[in-house]
Every structure is written in structure tokens, then in C-alpha cells.
Design a protein around this ligand. Structure first.
Ligand code: DAH
Length: 354
């Protein structure tokens, strides 16, 4: 009886093994595999446990034999289940990889807006680079300036007719007695620089200047200049011309036609005006050059002894040149801008072109 039962149990276990193998093979998803695992090994309803309940009636020896057969079977099926689970998981991952991947190089659909430099800044920085390569330092100065540094120290006393050359914004100074103006030129830094740094000195000052005047295509109430100053022993107009040629060639990337005319500025003696051939009309005549084909781009000369003195420099020992370039003019020439007023307009249709 016991022996029969034994054989009967072995057969049942064998059948269980065979059906488990087939079932596991067929399974296609993880959820069903979990169900199957429960179905075979569940504590109460699991097929294996139900089957082993019958073992209670067996003797000690038989229990041992059948028990170990059952354990082997259990671990065998468990291994099959574990392998299947690993297979299903990797299939699942591969499927995800092939359907859910993201192309991070695809355009977002939104154009990234990038800022850029104002044309004024572009030219200013280029000039700074050129002058630095010639050993000039770059300095700054106040836009709200005392009458002294803007005029008097530059050999323009209060009632001097030269004051009429520049239409000036005079500012009420409620805080003190000093007369204030919006600087009409970057020349205001000449005396400040000599006082601060002494001589020899080579320096440029790019910056905004202000004029109280009617605006048109070539005049605005605020524009930019670049002042230059070189003081030392035996500095002459020849040095000035050499420096200016290098600077203009650097900016326009080609030889630019220039001409020097005698010019009057109270702070230089002798004084000159330098013109360059208009690059917008190539000398034919247009609204920017007022139909003459030439554009005045800078005033220059040898620094007046009175100005050197104001800067604490001995005019008997030292000489120097100074120049003031219309930086805004250079920008207009370089980019073919026909109306100066675009530059301060803040109009994006204009600015986006640079
Ligand atoms: N400050 C003059 C102006 O705004 C330009 C100028 C002329 C500057 C001669 C200079 C100079 O340094 O030497 O019109």
C-alpha cells in the first residue's frame, strides 16, 4: 500500500513538473508568471502544497524520500520561473528602449533667443583692442561734468566764443556751487587723466557725449566719441598721423582715404580736422556726408600749453597730441547706417541686424 502510494506520488509530481514546464514556456508577460508562481507554490492553494498534504499519512522514511523529491522539483520549477522572469524583464526593457527613446538633438520648436552686442559696443571694443596693441590704456570719465574740466581746463574760459561751438546742456546744481554740464565731448578726461596718471601717458577714452541741438540724420543729442591722448618727450603730429592710420585701417579693414584740414579747437595748437572718404556713397555724395563725399571724423592737434599746465605737465619739457573721434560716425560708416537716430532708438527691427 505504502509502495503504491509512493509510486503514485512520484507520478503526480512528475506530471506537475511536466505541466509546469509547458505552462512556463507559454507565458508571455510578468503578471501571468506571478500568477503561475502563486498557483504552484502558494501556501494554501498552491498545487505543490495541496499535493504534499497527502504525505501526512506516510511513514517517516517515505516522507523523507518523497519530501526530497518534492523539494528538488520545487527548486527546479523555481529556477524555470526565475529564468523566465529574467527573460521577460529584458524583453520588456528592450521594448521600452525601442519605443520610448527620446531624441535630445531634435529642435525644441522654440527658437532660443540670444542676445548680442550693440553696434556701438562692437566698434568700441575693436578700437580698444587696436589702441591697446599700440600701448594705450583705456580710461573712463564722468558724463555729468564740471564746467571746469569740460571747458575751462581745456583753455575755454567762461566768455570764450568757442563755447558756442558746442551746444551745451547746462545742469542746475542744487547741491553745490560748481557749475555742471553734461559733457559735450570726451575731451573732459584729458586734464583729469594727466592729473591722475602724470606723463608720459598714452590713453583713450570711449564714451557718451551730449549736445543740445536739433536732431537730423547726422545729429543726435547723445552720441559717442573716443578721445585719444599721447604725451611725452618729442611727440609730434607725425605720431598722430601714424596712430590714426593704424586705427582706421584696423576698423575698416582696408586703406581709408583721409585728409587733414586746419581746424580750430582751443585746446590744441596747431589744430586739424581729419576727414575720411564717405564709405556709404564712396565719395559721390549722400545725406550722411551732406553731398560732399567726405566726412569729418575727428578733430586733433598738438595739446595746447595751457592744457598741459592744467594737467600739471611742463609744456617746455613735454608735448603731446590729442584727438577726438566721432565713434558714432565710424559705426555708421562701417555698417552703412544712414540715420544716426536709429542707434539710440532701441528699435529691435534695427538692432536685430547686427
Ligand atoms: N572735442 C572736440 C569735439 O567734440 C573734438 C576734438 C578736437 C578732440 C580736437 C580733441 C582735439 O582731442 O584735439 O568736437
Amino acid at each position: 500500500m505504502v509502495i503504491f502510494f509512493n509510486i503514485y506520488m512520484r507520478e503526480k509530481l512528475e506530471k506537475l513538473r511536466a505541466s509546469a514546464v509547458v505552462e512556463i514556456q507559454k507565458i508571455k508577460d510578468l503578471k501571468k508568471l506571478d500568477d503561475l508562481e502563486l498557483n504552484y507554490f502558494g501556501r494554501k492553494e498552491g498545487k505543490l502544497n495541496l499535493m504534499l498534504k497527502g504525505l501526512k499519512e506516510l511513514g517517516q522514511e517515505e516522507k523523507k524520500v518523497i519530501g526530497s523529491v518534492a523539494n528538488e522539483l520545487k527548486s527546479e520549477i523555481q529556477i524555470l520561473i526565475d529564468n523566465k522572469r529574467a527573460d521577460l524583464r529584458s524583453i520588456e526593457i528592450n521594448e521600452k528602449l525601442s519605443t520610448e527613446w527620446l531624441d535630445v538633438t531634435l529642435p525644441t520648436g522654440f527658437e532660443e533667443k540670444r542676445g548680442h552686442l550693440h553696434p556701438n559696443t562692437i566698434i568700441e571694443r575693436e578700437l580698444e583692442q587696436i589702441f591697446k596693441s599700440l600701448g594705450f590704456m583705456v580710461a573712463d570719465g564722468p558724463e555729468l561734468e564740471s564746467d571746469y574740466y569740460n571747458f575751462e581746463a581745456l583753455n575755454i574760459p567762461p566768455d570764450h566764443p568757442a563755447r558756442d561751438m558746442q551746444d551745451t546742456f547746462y545742469i542746475d546744481n542744487k547741491a553745490g556751487k560748481e557749475k555742471l554740464v553734461m559733457r559735450t565731448h570726451t575731451s573732459n578726461v584729458q586734464v583729469r587723466a594727466m592729473q591722475k596718471y602724470g606723463v608720459p601717458i598714452r590713453l583713450i577714452v570711449p564714451g557718451r557725449v551730449f549736445r543740445y541741438e536739433a536732431t537730423d540724420a547726422s545729429h543726435d543729442i547723445a552720441f559717442r566719441q573716443l578721445e585719444g591722448l599721447m604725451v611725452g618727450e618729442n611727440i609730434s603730429i607725425a605720431n598722430l598721423i601714424a596712430v590714426m592710420k593704424v586705427a582706421l585701417k584696423g576698423i575698416f579693414q582696408k586703406e581709408v582715404r583721409v585728409r587733414l584740414r586746419p581746424g580750430y579747437f582751443p585746446f590744441v595748437e596747431p589744430g586739424f580736422e581729419m576727414d575720411m572718404g564717405c564709405l556709404i556713397c564712396n565719395g559721390v555724395g549722400c545725406s550722411v556726408c551732406k553731398q560732399v563725399g567726405w566726412l569729418e571724423i575727428l578733430g586733433c592737434g598738438l595739446i595746447h600749453p595751457n592744457v598741459l599746465k592744467a594737467g600739471g605737465v611742463d609744456p617746455k619739457k613735454y608735448s603731446g597730441f590729442a584727438f577726438g573721434v566721432g565713434l558714432t560716425r565710424l559705426v555708421m560708416m562701417r555698417y552703412g547706417i544712414e540715420d544716426i537716430r536709429y542707434l539710440n532708438s532701441g528699435d529691435l527691427r534695427f538692432l536685430k541686424q547686427f
